[in-house]
Design a protein around this ligand. Structure first.
Ligand code: ATP
Length: 768
């Protein structure tokens, strides 16, 4: 298979052996350092807990002890960091020992007499003289490997654009220190190694793809200039892979100014979060923060049960045209603009202030709060007025505390304090900080009263002096409706909003506009620390939600990835239009759209079948990997279908590690699971599952988003279940989850969507 002669192969193997030896030496040395660091951390920690236990009872000792504890704390933190870095290095060496590199480039720089040979791997490795024996795949020079065909190539180095002559490009597949395959290639990254990688069985969790990154994927990964990067990629084109490699790349390039905590990925579900969680650690990086939309919204609406995308999908089956029109309206950019305009024009009388209670009595009345707000200049932004109002309320609370501090009940409480309680109240203050005894008693009194009124302070701090739900109701009532929505339907919708709030629930469509309204009034809800937001499966988010993200993370650059054909919840939107919409809504300068049309996940026959399901499937290029044709099994009765399903699962398990039965919704999953679980030990997966087991998995299609399985069985793709084109996205998503084998089972006649593929002149499926 290899394109190089045996002697050359031998020379390369010799080099691999030498490098592995060197890595081994370095690994042993680092392991020793790690053990030292580990012991040191434990001893520093021991010291710290000793010191922290020192008697802090005597007021004069307290400050000294405090300083010492702070110092010890710093020592612990740096010892932990040291240990973590060394531990990570040891892990990297271990990985490099198995497979030190995957690429080699020979380049001839214009001002050098000899060509230079560079090897590229998942991490850098240098010898004792700081010579690079392996270059990190993210190093500037490594981009030549991913980007260039032989001949003149350029790359971006810290000093600016450089050019060189690429005279050889070699790809390796090295496993456990042995070269399995070796190719010289002129292509960007040759298909041979990719064939091999893609032909392997699903590993349950996603692996990094740095050895075989393709050119378009590389453009996504190395884009450091766009404020908004939108990627439209067909199923299996490597969008999720590109996100993760991109994060690794950004972290490497901005080591000093960016850390993983400042990157947030919105993931479609929790299974997906787990599915991708090994990729960054395999590249020696920490994972970014991950959150699902449902969890994000629940955090923002403490105390309310926010509908999830999945709840909504389960319900969407039964929605009328008018409900659909309302959803479209409320999820649009225009609607978010209406919210913004509404808030900008709110007068003091319009704002729904509410009483702040203490012991069930008003401590501040809504009218008092409104008066404070009214007195502020109307030229101020609502959020600034709100903040000033809040500060005034806090000041008034402090005045109350000050007065109350000398009340009899307070003095009485002070008399009953024991020494420890008393000292805890004086905190870092020392005795001579007080002018006299009265001063000290007043100080203690204030502390006691502040504790007493803590609920009031908390209510102010959390902005509970406004009722955002009633406010939103007021907003909904005055909205100018588009023609296609009748006043009656709108009223019904508003009533439903009000009712759901009474039951502590919130519909998903109301969440983004409501949050925006609340934030614009209160000035809260913004996180300026986050530098990058990634959204995978963006087709399942509304524009309104995206606009809210932009508002909530004002300093972040956005990378949005999706496949409009896999939209489970709405109609397909052309990527360019989406980009234009987002570009104007986000008001960004540098926006970029990248399209990925080559699909890597599935075998050639599976991708060909999936393509045929789509009206514009021609744009999808199937990667040429052999496999059997997808099979359609039509059974007349539920009993026959059950027997077929059990047989099928058993048979497939002999060949494959994961067999996924994908259904339309949770009820259907439950039904299929009940039929087969005894015979097949199947697992039923739901929204709350966090891990992916091996074996037969049964789940609704929306939980399979972003995932892949060796074998997929699309459950009951009957005419009855999928009567028309509105289900195209669902069947396409199911089919495109399969890596090696796809089976479609129908009880009764098959869906017309599949029928077309069946009757196509090219043989796309086999029927059994
Ligand atoms: N350059 C590559 N080298 C090796 N494997 C790749 C490459 N690109 C993609 N793959 C593999 O193809 C499969 C699909 O990739 P990925 O899940 O990233 O695609 P996606 O576009 O996010 O898919 P979907 O939208 O269908 O969920 C994965 O198994 C991934 O490892």
């Amino acid at each position: 298979m290899s394109t190089v002669d045996p002697e050359e192969f031998q020379r390369e193997q010799q080099r691999v052996d030498d490098i592995i030896k060197k890595i081994g030496k370095q690994a042993d040395h680092t392991k020793k350092l790690y053990n030292q660091a580990h012991n040191e951390r434990r001893s520093v920690e021991g010291n710290y807990s000793q010191n922290a236990k020192i008697n802090t009872f005597e007021a004069d000792d307290r400050i000294e002890t405090n300083a010492e504890v702070q110092q010890q704390k710093g020592l612990v933190a740096s010892a932990v960091e040291n240990e973590t870095i060394l531990n990570r290095q040891v892990a990297t060496y271990k990985q490099l020992q198995k497979s030190p590199y995957f690429g080699r480039i020979d380049i001839q720089d214009p001002d050098e007499s000899e060509p230079e040979t560079l090897y590229i791997g998942t991490a850098s490795f240098t010898d004792e003289h700081e010579n690079f024996l392996i270059y990190d795949w993210r190093a500037p020079i490594s981009s030549v490997y991913y980007n260039g065909s032989l001949g003149k190539v350029s790359y971006q180095a810290p000093a600016g654009k450089m050019t060189t002559d690429l005279i050889k490009k070699r790809q390796f597949s090295i496993q456990n220190g042995k070269i399995k395959n070796l190719f010289d290639t002129n292509e960007i990254v040759g298909d041979e190694i990719l064939q091999e990688v893609l032909g392997q069985q699903n590993d349950t969790y996603m692996a990094n793809i740095v050895a075989t990154i393709q050119k378009e994927q590389n453009d996504i990964i190395r884009d450091t200039t766009s404020d908004l990067l939108v990627v439209q990629g067909v199923a299996g084109s490597g969008k999720t892979s590109a996100i993760l490699q991109r994060i690794a790349f950004l972290l490497y390039h901005s080591r000093q100014s960016l850390n993983a905590e400042e990157i947030v990925l919105f993931s479609p579900n929790r299974l997906y979060s787990r599915y991708i969680s090994d990729v960054l650690p395999s590249l020696g990086e920490h994972n970014m923060r991950q959150i699902t939309l449902a969890d994000f919204l629940s955090q923002r609406f403490q105390g309310l049960n926010v509908e999830s995308l999945f709840d909504r999908y389960e319900k969407d089956d039964h929605r009328s045209a008018s409900q659909q029109a309302i959803t479209t309206f409320e999820e649009s950019t225009d609607f978010m603009q209406l919210v913004t305009d509404y808030v900008a024009n709110l007068t003091a009388d319009d704002i729904q202030f509410s009483n702040v209670l203490f012991n069930e009595e008003p401590f501040f009345t809504a009218d008092e709060i409104r008066e404070i707000y009214r007195q502020l200049p109307t030229t101020m932004a609502p959020a600034d007025r709100f903040l000033k109002t809040k500060n005034t309320l806090i000041k008034r609370l402090k005045n109350r505390i000050d007065k109350e501090a000398d009340a009899d009940w307070v003095h009485e409480q002070i008399d009953h304090l024991n020494n420890e309680q008393y000292n805890n109240l004086t905190g870092t203050k020392k005795l001579h900080d007080f002018e006299n005894y009265d001063d000290e008693i007043h100080y203690i009194g204030r502390k006691l009263v502040a504790k007493h009124f803590q609920v009031v302070y908390d209510a102010l701090y959390n902005n509970y002096f406004i009722d955002p739900y009633t406010q939103f109701m007021q907003f909904l009532k005055q909205v100018q409706l588009p023609e296609e929505i009748s006043t009656k339907d709108w009223q019904a919708h508003n009533f439903a909003f009000q009712q759901s709030i009474e039951f502590h629930k919130l519909h998903l469509i109301d969440a983004a506009p409501l949050l925006l309204m609340r934030d614009l009034i209160t000035g809260g809800g913004r996180n300026r620390q986050i530098q990058h937001i990634f959204v995978d499966e963006m087709q399942d988010y509304s524009l309104a939600q995206m606009i809210y993200f932009k508002h909530a993370f004002p300093n972040a650059k956005f990378t949005l990835l999706g496949d409009s054909e896999q939209a489970l919840f709405k109609n397909v939107e052309a990527p360019q239009r989406l980009l234009d919409n987002l570009k104007s809504a986000f008001a960004v300068r540098r926006a970029n759209l990248i399209t990925l049309n080559r699909s890597y996940r599935s075998t050639f026959p599976i991708t060909n079948f999936a393509k045929a399901l789509l009206p514009d499937g021609d744009q999808i290029q199937a990667f040429s990997r052999d496999g059997s044709l997808p099979t359609i099994l039509i059974r007349d009765t539920p009993t026959e279908s059950r027997d077929t399903l059990i047989d099928l699962c058993k048979k497939q398990l002999q060949t494959y590690g994961t067999v996924a039965i994908l259904t339309r919704n949770i009820a259907e999953s439950q039904h299929a699971f009940n039929q087969i679980h005894q015979a097949t030990q199947a697992h039923l997966l739901t929204d709350t599952d966090l891990a992916l087991p091996k074996g037969v998995l049964v789940m609704p299609v929306y939980l399979a988003k972003g995932l892949e399985f060796d074998s997929v069985i699309a459950y009951n793709i009957s005419k009855e279940n999928y009567p028309d084109a509105s289900s195209t996205g669902i069947i396409y998503t199911m089919a495109s989850r399969a890596m090696h084998q796809l089976t479609l089972l129908s009880i009764g006649p098959v869906s017309p969507l599949v029928q077309e593929a069946v009757t196509s002149e090219d043989k796309l499926v086999q029927i059994q």
